[in-house]
Design a protein around this ligand. Structure first.
Ligand SMILES: [Zn+2]
Length: 325
């Protein structure tokens, strides 16, 4: 299109009316040869125009070339690198590069995606270095779980995922939420696999929390675990009940699975559901764990916070042992 403006010009837009990107794009269409903005739209007030979206739109939607050929595939990494350096948690909902930008949840929706990826995708996520993600929740259908199983190399097919789907629906009605706990979903699928043997069986546990003069609050946990036919009965202290359980479980597993040394609980989130019930409310616990190569999230829910934490913790170790040999 021929420019309606005679002089060379550039665009410098901000996002005060949520139009930073679109105004920059209109400027280019009108002949602007330079666009100013910031990666991820970081900037004062509501931010500058987000260059990541501008570059993706110009190249993938409007037929302009603004990066060396092929470099558009690094947008996802660029966005995460800048977030990391700026110490800002990556925004999962950023267009093109956010973790949720190509996430699919509804059952019908995922079933359609499995037949034709174009049905709900405006561009191929790989073009900008992102990937499609299937989220599992009570809105899911069989397709969501089959996609999840394929993603993790779990060998279940067709009807075999139905018990897991029913279990997810049942557990979500009791306060679990699997959206942010993909490792728990993977373990539920894995347990359906023919011949799967869990790396350990939990027999029971107990936790004691005490407050003592001079020492303050501390906790002691004991766990009874069967590992490859052998029964372990271990005890450990911690600064709180979950920490003590974590330590006791590690102690029981370490001689068979030395890789547990490398598992670190990186986040522990507690949320009280149906808060009208006061201290009898259901508590949901999400645990994020990482090792040197990956990170994973698990969930537990119960009216008892220790029980909820224990479930999330046990899933975390089981999953970690599956992926870290
Ligand atoms: Zn400015």
């Amino acid at each position: 299109m021929k420019s309606s403006i005679d002089h060379p010009f550039g665009m410098h837009t901000h996002n005060d009316s949520d139009c930073g990107v679109v105004n920059a794009l209109v400027g280019v269409r009108e002949g602007a040869t330079q666009v100013q903005g910031t990666i991820n739209g970081v900037g004062e007030r509501c931010g500058n125009a987000n260059l990541v979206s501008i570059m993706a739109d110009l190249e993938l939607k409007m037929g302009y070339r603004c990066l060396p050929k092929g470099n558009i595939q690094y947008l996802h990494d660029l966005s995460h690198f800048v977030a990391e350096v700026a110490n800002i948690a990556p925004d999962e909902h950023l267009p093109f590069v956010g973790k949720s930008a190509f996430a699919h949840k509804g059952g019908v929706h995922v079933a359609a995606m499995r037949r034709s990826a174009q049905s709900y995708q405006h561009v191929e996520p790989e073009l900008v270095g992102n990937k499609m993600r299937v989220v599992v929740s009570d809105l899911s259908g069989r397709g969501n779980l089959l996609s999840k199983a394929e993603e993790h190399g779990v060998e279940v097919e067709g009807e075999e995922v139905l018990p897991v789907l029913n279990e997810i629906k049942e557990l979500e009605s009791r306060g679990f939420s699997f959206e942010a706990a993909e490792a728990s979903v993977t373990m539920m699928l894995k347990r359906q696999e023919y011949g799967y043997k869990p790396p350990f069986d939990l027999i029971d546990f107990s936790v004691n929390v005490e407050h003592r003069d001079k020492r303050g609050i501390f906790a002691e946990a004991t766990v009874k675990v069967k590992v490859q036919g052998e029964l372990f009965h271990t005890a450990a202290e911690g600064n709180g009940p979950v920490n003590a359980l974590d330590n006791a479980l590690r102690k029981a597993l370490i001689s068979f699975y030395p890789q547990v040394v490398d598992f670190h609980l990186s986040d522990y989130k507690v949320r009280i559901l149906d808060s009208d019930h006061g201290t009898e409310a259901i508590t949901r616990v999400l645990i994020d764990t990482r090792n040197s190569t990956s990170r994973w999230s698990t969930v537990g829910a119960s009216t008892n916070i220790i029980e909820a934490s224990w479930r999330a913790l046990a899933d975390s170790f089981e999953y970690g042992l599956m992926v870290a040999h």
